[in-house]
Design a binder for this molecule. Structure first.
Ligand SMILES: [Zn+2]
Length: 239
């Protein structure tokens, strides 16, 4: 395998996703220096942290008719900071067709989650869906690439439980409220499930509006009994 990689490296040298340094045979996606410095959130070790707080604020603000909503668990593998070269990891997975990196970092997140007590009983992993027109244009759903790798590590199934019924506007210039309105009602359940703890997966957590759109659709369709948690490859939140 290494010999094969070495030959491959001669033909098309592999580079570190973060610093661009040429990778050695034993390095995968990152050079040893960038791998040693990964900005891990370690959110999976705690129930309360800035990402979970922010997501639970969104839930609270929209208060579902069901009434009492338990504090939702959340986790991300890496911090996403503008200007920080590590942002190239989620960008590679989302925009640069790097599905292998998606699988690699998805497995890494899955391993961390499998060691966390509050994610132990997750029995289904569900990716945030892309609208079919976007899926057609990109060729793959980056959230699904991550979700499948996470599910594999957790030893549970991964299913496309949700469908994006309409294409939402580009979110970058919208306020949190506008984003939530933009995605509310954009997701529908496409099949039933008997899962008790569902883990929703997306590539990056910013305001939580998209994940909330999925959360609300699942809550409305599946009722109060199901626990809904979220995780992403990267999060813009701080320590
Ligand atoms: Zn590097």
């Amino acid at each position: 395998m290494n010999a094969l990689k070495a030959v491959g490296d001669l033909l098309a040298p592999r580079e570190c996703l973060v610093c661009g340094r040429r990778l050695g045979v034993k390095e995968t996606h990152l050079c040893i220096w960038c791998a040693a410095d990964l900005p891990l959130t370690r959110y999976w070790t705690r129930i309360h942290h800035p990402m979970a707080d922010r997501f639970n604020e969104v839930i609270e603000r929209h208060r579902l008719p069901a009434g009492k909503e338990p504090y939702a668990y959340a986790a991300a593998l890496l911090f996403y900071r503008s200007g920080n070269p590590y942002r190239r990891i989620p960008q590679a997975v989302k925009y640069h067709y790097n599905r292998a990196a998606g699988r690699y970092f998805g497995r890494m997140l899955g391993d961390y989650l499998s060691g966390a007590a509050h994610f132990k009983d997750v029995d289904l992993v569900v990716p945030v869906p892309l609208h079919w027109t976007r899926l057609f244009a990109r060729g793959y759903n980056q959230a699904e690439v991550l979700a499948r790798a996470i599910a594999q590590r957790l030893g549970v199934p991964c299913r496309d439980l949700l469908r994006r019924t309409r294409r939402t506007r580009t979110q970058t210039r919208l306020s949190v409220e506008e984003k939530a309105r933009n995605v509310s009602g954009a997701f529908r359940l496409r099949r039933r499930t008997s899962a008790r703890h569902i883990l929703l997966v997306d590539d990056t957590f910013t305001t939580g509006a998209t994940l909330y759109g999925c959360f609300a659709a699942l809550r409305a369709a599946l009722g109060e009994e199901v626990r809904l948690s979220v995780c992403t490859l990267a999060s813009v939140t701080e320590l």
